[in-house]
Design a protein around this ligand. Sequence first.
Ligand code: 0X9
Ligand code: ZN
Length: 763
Amino acid sequence: MLSRRLVPISIIILCGTCAALHAAVGAFSGQSVVRVDVKTAAQLKELYSISDALWSCTSGVGQIDVQVTPKQLAALQESGLSFKVWIEDVQPLIDAQFPVTAGGTYHGTYHTLAEINARIQQYVTDHPGIASMVNFGTSLEGRSLLGLRITGPGSAAGRPGFFIHGGQHAREWVSPATMVYIAEWLVTNYGSDPVATRLIDNVEWFILPVLNPDGYEFTWLDLPNNRMWRKNRRDNGDGTFGVDLNRNWGWQWGGAGSSGNTASETYRGPSAFSEPETQAMRDFILAHPNITAYIDFHSYSELILWPWGYTPALSPDNDEFAYAGTQMADRLAAEHNHIYTAGPVYTTIYQTSGGSGDWVYGANAAGRLILAMAVELRDKGETGFLLPPEQIVPTAEENLAAVLILANVIAEPLRVELLSAVPPTLGAGETLTVAVKVTERRETFASNDVSLFYRLSGGALTEASMSGVGGGEFEAVIPPSACGPDLEFYVTAIGDGGGTAGYPAYSPVESVSIDVGREVVEMADDLEAATAWTVGAAGDNATFGVWTRVDPVGTPAQPEDDHTQGAGSMCFVTGQGQPGGGIGVNDVDGGKTTLLSPIFSVLGADSQISYARWYSNDQGPAPNSDQMTVDISNNGGQSWTPVEIVTENAGVWVVHAFTPGELGLAATSQMQLRFVASDYGQGSIVEAGIDDLLVSGVLCQPPNGDANGDGVVDTSDHAAFAACMNGPTGETVPPGCGAFNFDNDANVDMDDFLLFTSMFGQP
Ligand code: 0X9
Ligand code: ZN
C-alpha cells in the first residue's frame, strides 16, 4: 500500500519546511527521497531531527516521504529507522521536467501559464460552436483565471453543469496538463465520437486548468529553485509567503488539518475565503446552480476522494459518492491498469479543514447535490510532484475516462444497474437471465419501457422487452446460444421525457460480451515451481541483471511481490535486489538478457495467451531510453513474431493478453514466448519481471468427449479414451481417436486427458 494512510496521533508535523528545499541553487543534486516507516511519535521526532524536507504534505505516523542530502542519508542509516530509498537522485527528475521540445508533441511536455492560456484560446478559435473562454476571476497578483466553457449548440438551460479544475497547488504540474488534455479531447471529438458528442450536448462543462496562477508562475521562475512551491503568493507580512488555497474554503474553516502558522504549507489564511482565487471559485459556483459535479485535481498518490475532509463521519450522500467514485476508479483502471484508491478524504488520506470539496458539497447541499471530488493524480511517490513528462498523456487518458463517467452519472435521465451476474463463459445451449434495476434520475419513469438487445452467434441484433418484477427491477432471458462468437447484450431504458439510459453506461457504443463454449485452461504456469523456462540466448551480453527466478526483493524500480494471487511468491526478474538496497541494485546493465518460456500448445488461433509483466525504466540518469521486447514463435523458436515492445513504466504488474490470431499466427503445439530486456542507455535503470503465463481457450467444436454417445461426458467414456492414449510423444493419433484429440496436436496424450476430465458431467 503506497498511498499515505495516516492514523491521527498527537504529533502531526506539517510540511512547513518544504520552503527549505528551494533555498540554495542546485540544492537538488545528489539528494534522495526516502520513504520512512514511522511507527511512533518518538520515531517521527527522530526523523524530523535528521531532515525536515518533507514531500508528504501532512504527516504523522505512517509512511513519510522525505528529501535527504547524502549526509542526512548516512545519519538515517545510523538511526535504525526503517526506510527505502525511493528516489536516488532528485536532480535528473528535475532536469527531465524540461525536455527540449523540438519535434515533441504538445502533451509530451509541461507548459507555462502563457502557453496553457494560448492553447485553450486556440480551442475556442477552432471550435467556436461549442467552446468559449471563461474568465473566472483575478488572482492576487492580477492574473486572469482563464478557462473554458464547453457545451453543445443551443440553450444550456436544463443541462447539468460539471466544473473541473487543476493547479490549486502550484507544484502539482500534471493537474493543469491533464485539464488541457481533457479539454482538447472534448472539443476535437465532438461530432465524431458518440460518447463525446452526447456528453457535450447534455452537459455544460467548465474547465479551469490553473486555479493558482501566481503560484504556478512562481514554480517556473528561477528554475529549479521554486519548483516545489505549493501555496499562492500572498505576502503574509511577517516575511513568509503564501496561503494554502485548499485550506481557505469556508466550510469548517480553521479546524484541525489546517494551520494558523503563516510559514506552514497548510496555512489556512486569516479568514475563510480571504484569497481572491477561492473567492472566485465560491462566486462562480454560487452563480451556477446547475453545477452538480466538481473535481479538484491534485497530485500525487492516485486517489479518488470525496467529502468529508474535516470529520471521519460519512456524509449523508456517501452512497451516491461511492457509486460514482467506484465507477470512476473502474473506468480509470481499465485504461492503463493504475488502481486509484477511492474513498472519503479523512479516512482515505488525512484530515483537512477548509478544503475545496467540503465547501462545494457542504455549503451547496440545499437544493442540489454536488458530487464534489478531489483526485490525486500519478504517481504513488516514485517521482511525486516531479512526474516525468512521458506520463502526462497516460495520466490524462485514464483521468479522462473517470471524468467522462462522472459526467454520465450527472447526465443520465435514468439509472440502469445490472443485478445479474456476467459469467466469464456461457455454455453452448445455455440461456442467460439478465436482470436490471432502473431508478429515476433526471426523468420520471412511468412508462416502464426497458429493452434488452442481444446478438447471438454474430447474428442480427434482437430486441426483447424486459418484464417488470417489482421494485423497479426488470428481467429477460436470452435464448440458448450456439458455440462460436461472443454473445453480446446491452439494456436500454426510456424515460417519460424520451431520454435514454443504458447498461453498460455508453451502450449501444459498448456492450457486454461473453464467450460461448467451454472454457479450458491449457496451461497455467505461476512460476512457483521450476518448469522448462530457459535463460539466455545467443548474443546475450548483459553483465548484470540477468533473468532469474526468485522471490523478489523490492527496490524503487523492482517489485517486492510477485504477481500471483494467494500463496505465490516466485517470478522472473532481471537480477535480484538487496534488502534496503538502492534503485540501481542489479538492474540490467551493459546489454541484453533473454528469457524463453517452455514450448506449449494452444487450441486455436483465438485462444488467449497472457502474462504479467513489470517494467521500469523511468528513473536514473537516462530515463526511458530502453525497452523490453516480447515475441512469440509457433515453430519452437525457429522464427519470431512481435507481441509488444514494452516501454510503459507502470510501476505495477500489468497483465498483457492477446491471441495468436490477432498477430496473424496459426495455433500449433510448438508455441514459445521470448522476453528480451536490454540496457543500452548510458547508466539507465532497467528492471523487468515476468509472472503467471496463462493460456486458455474456449472449446467449441466436436470432439466433445462423449465417445459412446450417451449424451453426457462421464467415466463411461473413459475406456474409449484410454484406448486412444498414445505412448511417447511423436506418435500419431490412432484411427478413430480424433474425437479425443482436443488440443489438435499430433497425439492423444496427457494434455487431452486433462481436457477430457474437465468436461465430465457436461453434454
Ligand atoms: O492536502 C491537500 O490539500 C490534498 N493533497 S495534496 O498532496 N495535493 O496537497 C488533499 C486534498 C483533499 N481534498 C480536500 N480536502 N478537498
Ligand atoms: Zn494538492
